[in-house]
Design a protein around this ligand. Structure first.
Ligand SMILES: [Zn+2]
Length: 195
């Protein structure tokens, strides 16, 4: 019985250590007022300054988790030393994993779900669509699930899967958060699927 309760405490610690550092990405942009410039969740997002700004904000929140993670790490350490070791170990393990996960992208692992390069690529499409070389006269690039295409002539302009953009998700608050905790913001659909 004691072992089960220790195990549950460990799981609880691990959940908190996983959830807390992701708090900024999960909540900061999901309010109604933050998403006035975007269509509701599964619909394609029009390209423009609002979208670029959103990508850069989410990128900031993503790296902010490295600051927020100090809290569960410190509480975990204190709990191992003075409180409940199982709870503390769970906290420490999950938040330590997050730090490793974030830092591996610096030494050449998978890139973060939101990057400056991504915003620059989107800006490149905007520039092209308003230039002489645009796909059609009324070029309106929108970002769908797997690529950026022109909503006017339907030409594919850029193959890039869409990560989570901080919009409230269609599947409701609980499942939306659960999905984000699992995917960490990465697109759930592989880029190669459509090709
Ligand atoms: Zn077009």
């Amino acid at each position: 019985m004691a072992m089960i309760s220790q195990f549950l405490l460990f799981l609880f610690g691990a959940f908190l250590g996983h959830f807390l550092p992701r708090f900024p990405v999960l909540l900061m942009s999901r309010g109604r007022g933050f998403n006035l410039h975007f269509p509701p969740h599964p619909e394609p997002v029009p390209l423009g300054p609002h979208l670029n700004q959103r990508v850069l904000h989410l990128r900031m929140f993503y790296w902010l988790s490295l600051v927020v993670v100090v809290v569960p790490m410190a509480v975990g350490l204190a709990s191992v030393r003075w409180g409940n070791p199982a709870f503390g170990f769970g906290l420490w393990l999950a938040s330590g994993w997050l730090v490793l996960n974030r830092l591996q992208s610096l030494i050449g692992g998978a890139k973060p779900p939101w990057t400056r390069a991504m915003a620059e690529e989107l800006q490149g499409v905007i520039n092209l669509s308003s230039s002489e070389a645009s796909c059609c006269a009324w070029s309106t690039p929108v970002w769908g699930v797997t690529n950026v295409r022109c909503s006017n002539c339907d030409k594919r302009l850029l193959i890039m899967a869409r990560p989570d953009l901080g919009r409230k998700r269609r599947d409701g608050r609980f499942f939306g958060y659960l999905r984000l905790l699992i995917s960490d913001g990465y697109p759930l659909i592989a880029q190669s699927e459509e090709e």
